[in-house]
Design a protein around this ligand. Structure first.
Ligand code: UD1
Length: 335
């Protein structure tokens, strides 16, 4: 079967393309390269000894999409393409809604015209909102999101629910990611953010490799065991494999949501210690003021994914650190 992967040249997308090719799927990647790299796909080809088809194009471009669907016999779509920087989304809400919500509508219309009704959507734990009790469970309703990025993910979940109501053969899996980190074990592909990284792991890796002086730890006075925020970090290859598991469950019509996380919260200070002990590289850091909008802690209850998809996270925190460092030290400036 051929899978269309939108955003397949990005961080999570490129790792998922590896898992798909390894599992025997054919892959067509659609990516506008606004935050991805064509080089990542060349490296995917070296890892898997198979090449995905790459189309440089935009999910908002209906002509590009109808051409793509007429040329390739797509069985299902894994939809990653979108904008993902929380702070930027506050400054540019229209861009976020246009790409993340509008782009998904354009994609769904093209899928519908081509008779393609299966989608795995790249959602986020952020849809549980500001007030949700931990651990997050899929039985909880979506909550109040705090920024346009999070709101756009919640809106797309809602629109996919409405789409599956209207189209009886439609089948959608919403994957709610917790905090993906790490890199493929080869060290050939990994996270390569543009500019100053917003997220903890890439920032820490850039400090380790000498691109940044020190890490700022945002807040040391949270009501958590060591005063720093706790998150559920999972290895990006486990996350990638979750998409392959989700594809096989697309035989059932309707929409289902799954958390993809490990179920174990880890604090920022624990992350620093784990990185240092696995790599032998010290991370200079300073505890500074809280970052606006950060929640003290949240993590997944991952049991539904195990029951429904047969998926669970297999790689531990040490592997996440070792693999991040292999990627960053072999590619100090990224791709
Ligand atoms: C962020 C997004 C979330 C998105 C996810 C993608 C925010 C508020 N939320 O989650 O919507 O789905 O990325 O992975 O941005 N930290 C530091 N110093 C840093 C960077 C981060 O101390 O330089 C801390 C943060 O305060 C947080 C933890 O590290 O406690 C993880 O931060 P980050 O990697 O940005 O992820 P989230 O904020 O959980």
């Amino acid at each position: 079967m051929t899978i269309l992967v939108t955003g397949g040249a990005g961080y999570i997308g490129s790792h998922t393309v590896v898992s798909l090719l390894d599992a025997g799927f054919d892959v067509v990647v659609l990516d506008n390269l606004c935050n991805g790299s064509a080089e990542s796909l060349s490296r995917v080809a070296s890892i898997t000894a198979k090449a995905p088809v790459f189309i440089e194009g935009d999910i908002r471009d209906s002509v590009c999409l109808s051409d793509l669907f007429s040329r390739y016999d797509i069985g299902a779509v894994i939809h990653f393409a979108g904008l993902k920087a929380v702070g930027e989304s506050v400054l540019k809400p229209l861009d976020y809604y246009e790409t993340n919500v509008g782009g998904t509508i354009t994609l769904l219309k093209a899928m519908q015209s081509a008779g393609v009704h299966k989608m795995v959507f790249s959602s986020s734990a952020t849809v549980y909102g500001l007030e949700a009790p931990t651990p997050y469970e899929e039985t909880q309703p979506r909550g109040t999101t705090s920024n346009p990025y999070g709101s756009s993910k919640a809106m797309v979940e809602r629109l996919l629910e409405d789409w599956t109501q209207a189209v009886p053969e439609a089948s959608v899996v919403l994957l709610r990611y917790f905090n993906p980190i790490g890199a493929h074990e080869s060290g050939l592909i990994g996270e390569d953010p543009q500019g100053i990284p917003n997220n903890l792991m890439p920032f820490m890796a850039q400090v380790a490799v000498g691109r940044r002086d020190k890490l700022s730890v945002f807040g040391g006075d949270y009501p958590t065991p060591d005063g720093t925020c706790r998150r559920d970090y999972l290895h990006v290859m486990d996350l990638a494999e979750g998409h392959v598991s989700a594809l096989s469950s697309l035989e059932q019509p309707g929409v289902r949501a799954f958390n993809l996380g490990t179920g174990a919260p880890v604090s920022v200070l624990e992350m620093i210690r784990a990185f240092e002990s696995q790599t032998g590289v010290q991370i200079p850091f300073e505890i500074v003021a809280r970052r606006a909008g950060d929640l003290p802690e949240f993590w997944a209850n991952p049991e539904k994914a195990q029951r429904g998809l047969g998926w669970f996270a297999k790689r531990d925190l040490d592997a996440m650190m070792v693999d991040t460092w292999r990627w960053q030290s072999n590619n100090p400036e990224g791709y």
